[in-house]
Design a protein around this ligand. Structure first.
Ligand code: PRX
Length: 637
């Protein structure tokens, strides 16, 4: 069950780092409290999560903390009434947080906008009013196809405030990827921007949207356009309205919809092994408790912190730890529009020093990319405001971990390597700031989370042996369903009956520390961005020259994994370098810049099972020069 390649070095790591005494003394959860929490959560998990829920305000309390009667469709805080925006904004307006900074935004050209809680509250209310005037009501879906702008945060919160279900589509998706998501979500309204700045260029976003919708002009009734890059855009008079025009006359106060704890808050599409992307559904009540609790504990959040989670709001990390959790905690969140290497490789250190970032949460790919430029860039900036670092999205190789810890964190800031997923909503396995750190390990399940490493039959495997990561007990931030596809939801809990199968390979060491080894299935993780082989392959097959296609992930020093395609051609087409390039361009057009193919290999045929399924694991073994037996745990489904 070894995963060949990129993460091998994880298996030899035996360094341990301890937190500094000052951090332990001031931590939100000290070692004694943590030990007690582990005990309480193991003994009475519902009481543990109930305590976490009581940190937030509810319009009406729950009858039951957890209702498992329809498992795996679990309900949390049943009968309770709430709204996540009441906790993220409304309640702060009545406290000392009113004039505290809620959001700092920096554009790639260097423009800066700041919002206090009061200002953000008023901006959200105006858009909430405008959406209501446009006919958007509780339960309606709103697709937000936006880059990292303040209006993106405002749009998410405005939707949640009026009970609409937001559905972010990452601005790196275009064409078919966008169309498929729109078709499944059936939104009442779309919110987008004219364009945005990325790596010194202006990306035309509204134009990409128009192109995706050109043969389906009625896909949405109304499209709200934020002006960001002063691009000339074509406005369809029957459908398109400018953001500024619709909010201008709205009141800065708006009613916060009273939601049932279980009402959907958002849909977020993510890639699985088969079929089209799945719309993962999250709820108001449980999600709010899960993300608030985990940010407060894992990142030891204080109101004075300035939290910079570098994720785009279009991914789950952006939802949970750029937008919702920092605002729930009443702290300041920072959002940057552009590329970390623009105009040069010190942009992140420049931003950190300028705004006094205290918690920096990023990805291994970003760290590896910046590490390549050496320590002269970080040395030019005063990074003393940093007190905690974090990582998510892919296995963190110890070499990059230690560089991050020493060079960026001065050997004083613990690195929280957090494991979780779109489906889990909240951090599940992570170190705590007061605990011991092993570079490359995500440490242990948090209190209240029961994780295990098992074989295919569900039996726990001994230490050091690889197996499948499963979660044995429900948690409040868990997904509630898959939009339009409850069978896909059930499948997560049915492959190994009674437990949630995460889709990752993991191993545990003798101290119970977990070491994540990558996906167990054919999901590819490029730079922490999750892409399904099925989606990539069907985009390739839509090219007139391609008969069959198989895409695999191969190890990459910076991005963790990159995608490589194998194709067989239709009669009448000849393999050539130009055709390979055309296929890469085709993929970009079909799915967007996020779906980058590193190379295309032409073959006379593809290896298949008797039933005709393509054996990607054989292609992978061939490519990496490994024995296919070594990758026998890789899913063939
Ligand atoms: O393979 C795991 C990897 O990212 C997957 C989840 O992707 P997504 O739903 O897009 O969410 C990403 C951010 C929460 C997981 O199945 N992954 C996530 N965190 C880690 C990780 N792999 C190793 N170490 C991590 N800390």
């Amino acid at each position: 069950m070894d995963q060949p390649g990129a993460v091998d070095s994880l298996l030899q790591e035996d360094r341990v780092f301890r937190p500094l005494p000052g951090l332990v003394m001031e931590a939100n959860v000290n070692p004694q409290e943590l030990a007690a929490a582990y005990q309480q959560a193991a003994h009475d998990p519902e009481a543990f999560w109930e305590t976490a829920a009581l940190e937030l305000e509810w319009f009406k309390r729950w009858g039951k903390v957890l209702d498992e009667s329809q498992a795996p469709f679990c309900k949390w805080f049943t009968g309770a009434k709430c709204n996540i925006v009441h906790n993220a904004l409304d309640r702060h307006i009545k406290t000392g947080n009113k004039h505290r900074l809620a959001l700092i935004w920096e554009g790639e050209p260097g423009d800066i906008r700041k919002f206090t809680y009061f200002e953000l509250y008023r901006a959200v209310n105006r858009l909430a009013g405008a959406l209501r005037s446009l006919g958007v009501a509780k339960g309606d879906r709103v697709v937000i196809y936006m880059p990292s702008l303040p209006e993106t945060v405002i749009a998410m919160l405005a939707c949640a405030k009026i009970g609409a279900v937001h559905c972010m589509v990452f601005a790196g998706f275009t064409g078919r990827a966008l169309k498929d998501r729109l078709r499944d979500a059936r939104p009442k309204c779309l919110i987008t921007a004219d364009g945005f700045y990325r790596n010194g260029r202006v990306v035309a976003l509204k134009a990409a949207l128009d192109e995706a919708l050109h043969d389906d002009r009625d896909a949405v009734d109304v499209c709200v356009v934020v002006r960001r890059a002063n691009l000339e855009v074509e406005m369809n008079p029957d459908r398109d309205v400018w953001y500024d025009d619709i909010v201008r006359h709205e009141k800065p106060e708006a009613h916060t919809e009273v939601m049932d704890s279980e009402d959907p808050l958002f849909l977020l599409y993510t890639s699985g092994t088969t079929g089209s992307p799945r719309g993962i559904v999250h709820s108001h009540g449980g999600y709010m408790v899960g993300v608030h609790h985990t940010l407060t504990w894992v990142f030891d959040i204080k109101p004075t912190d300035i939290v910079w989670c570098t994720a785009d709001p279009g991914w789950i990390t952006g939802h949970s730890y750029v937008v919702y959790a920092p605002l729930l905690a009443g702290t300041t969140t920072l959002l940057y529009e552009g590329h970390p290497l623009y105009p040069q490789a010190d942009r992140m250190w420049h931003i950190t020093a300028k705004h006094g970032v205290s918690v920096l949460y990023t990805t291994p790919t970003t760290v590896r990319m910046l590490m390549r430029y050496g320590s002269q860039f970080p040395r030019q900036h005063d990074l003393a405001s940093l007190r905690l670092l974090g990582s998510v999205g892919e296995p963190f190789n110890p070499e990059a971990w230690v560089w991050f810890y020493q060079t960026i964190g001065r050997g004083e800031c613990p690195v929280m390597d957090t494991w979780w997923q779109t489906e889990t909503g909240q951090i599940m396995l992570a170190p705590m700031p007061v605990g011991l750190l092993k570079p490359g390990s995500v440490s242990k399940p948090l209190p209240g989370i029961e994780a295990d490493v098992v074989d295919r039959a569900g039996n726990p495997v001994p230490p050091h042996k690889g197996g499948l990561l499963v979660i044995r007990r429900p948690w409040p931030g868990m997904m509630r369903n898959v939009w339009n596809d409850p069978a896909a939801f059930r499948a997560y809990f049915e492959k190994i009956p009674g437990v949630y199968l995460a889709g990752d390979v993991a191993r545990r060491d003798e101290d119970g520390y977990f070491w994540m080894q990558g996906r167990a299935d054919e999901v590819i993780n490029i730079a922490g961005h999750r892409l399904g082989t099925a989606e990539l392959e069907s985009a390739l097959v839509s090219h007139r020259s391609v008969a069959e296609a198989a895409v695999i992930g191969v190890p990459d020093k910076i991005k963790g994994e990159i995608a490589k395609a194998f194709v067989t051609l239709r009669d009448g087409f000849e393999e050539s370098e130009e055709l390979g390039k055309e296929l890469k361009d085709h993929m970009r057009r079909e799915l967007g810049p996020v779906a980058e193919l590193k190379s295309v290999k032409f073959r006379a045929d593809l290896p298949k099972t008797k039933s005709g399924k393509i054996l990607r694991r054989l292609l992978k073994a061939e490519e990496l020069g490994t024995d296919p037996g070594d990758v026998s745990m890789l899913d063939e489904e």
